[in-house]
Design a protein around this ligand. Structure first.
Ligand code: SAM
Length: 229
C-alpha cells in the first residue's frame, strides 16, 4: 500500500508540515502521526484544490461536502484506537481519506456514503493505492450495515440530531463509537462504549461543526441539501 505518490516531491514537505501541525494540536502518538505520512492525501482532494490538500483544515470535495480536518481525524483515531483485529464501520466515506487511515490500523473497513459520485471517486483512489481491506457501499449509513455487524468501531463523520439507534444495535461488546450530536449548526462529539448491555457516553469535544447526517436516523434533507442515491 506504499504509493509512488508518496515520493512526489511537490508534497513531501507539505505532508511533513501537516504532521507537525497535527502534533501541535496535541496528538503525540507516533503510530498515528506516522499514518499521515503513509497516505497521499492529495490524491483524495479534487484537482482544483490540490494546493490545499495538506492544510490542517476541512477541504471542499463537491456536493456541499468536505474532507474533514486532518487533526480532527487524528483525534478520532486517538480516541478509537483501532487494532489489527477490529472490524470498522465508517458512516460518511466522503473523500475516502479517513477510510484509508482506518484501513491501515484495523482489520477491515466497511464504509457507507449516501452520495454515489463521492463513493465512486473514493473507490477509484483506494483501489489505485491497493487497499484490499475496504468495502464501500452507497446508501443510508444511519441504518448501519447489518450484514457485517457487529462492529468493534463505528465512526460517524456527519452530525446527527441523536445517536442513531441502529448504529448502537450494531456496536459489538467492547466496541466504541464516535458521533457528533447536536443541532444542524453546532454539535458535541460523543464517544460511546458498549460493555455488555450497558452504553457509556462521554462528551469528548464540544462546539464542533460537521455537515448534517441525512437519513432515516439522522436529519431529513432540507432545501439546499445534496441529493443522495
Ligand atoms: N471522513 C470524510 C472525509 O474526510 O472525507 C468526511 C466526509 S464529510 C465531513 C461527511 C460525509 O457524510 C459526506 O460525504 C456526506 O455525504 C456523508 N453523509 C451524510 N449523511 C450520510 C448518511 N446518512 N449515510 C452515509 N453518508 C452520509
Amino acid at each position: 500500500m506504499e504509493s509512488d505518490a508518496l515520493g512526489d516531491f511537490r508534497y513531501v514537505g507539505a505532508r511533513r508540515r501537516l504532521i507537525e501541525r497535527i502534533r501541535e494540536q496535541g496528538i503525540e502518538d507516533l503510530e498515528i502521526l506516522r499514518l499521515f505520512d503513509r497516505v497521499p492525501r492529495h490524491l483524495f482532494i479534487p484537482e482544483a484544490l490540490l494546493h490545499r490538500a495538506y492544510e490542517d483544515a476541512p477541504v471542499p470535495i463537491g456536493f456541499g461536502q468536505t474532507a474533514s480536518q486532518p487533526s480532527l481525524q487524528a483525534f478520532y483515531l486517538e480516541l478509537l484506537r483501532p487494532t489489527p483485529d477490529d472490524r470498522i464501520l465508517e458512516v460518511g466515506t466522503g473523500s475516502g481519506y479517513l477510510t484509508a487511515l482506518l484501513a491501515l490500523m484495523g482489520d477491515r473497513v466497511y464504509s457507507v456514503e449516501r452520495i454515489r459520485s463521492l463513493s465512486t471517486r473514493a473507490r477509484g483512489v483506494l483501489d489505485s493505492l491497493g487497499y484490499r481491506n475496504v468495502a464501500l457501499m452507497v446508501g443510508d449509513g444511519t441504518i448501519g450495515w447489518r450484514k457485517f455487524a457487529p462492529f468493534d468501531i463505528i465512526t460517524v463523520s456527519a452530525a446527527s440530531p441523536d445517536v442513531p439507534q441502529a448504529l448502537l444495535d450494531q456496536l459489538a461488546d467492547g466496541g466504541r463509537m464516535l458521533v457528533p450530536v447536536g443541532d444542524r449548526t453546532v454539535q458535541d462529539l460523543l464517544l460511546i462504549r458498549r460493555v455488555g448491555d450497558e452504553l457509556h457516553r462521554t462528551g469528548v469535544r464540544d462546539g464542533c461543526t460537521f455537515v448534517p447526517l441525512l437519513g432515516r436516523y439522522g436529519w431529513s434533507p432540507a432545501p439546499g441539501d445534496p441529493e443522495g442515491d
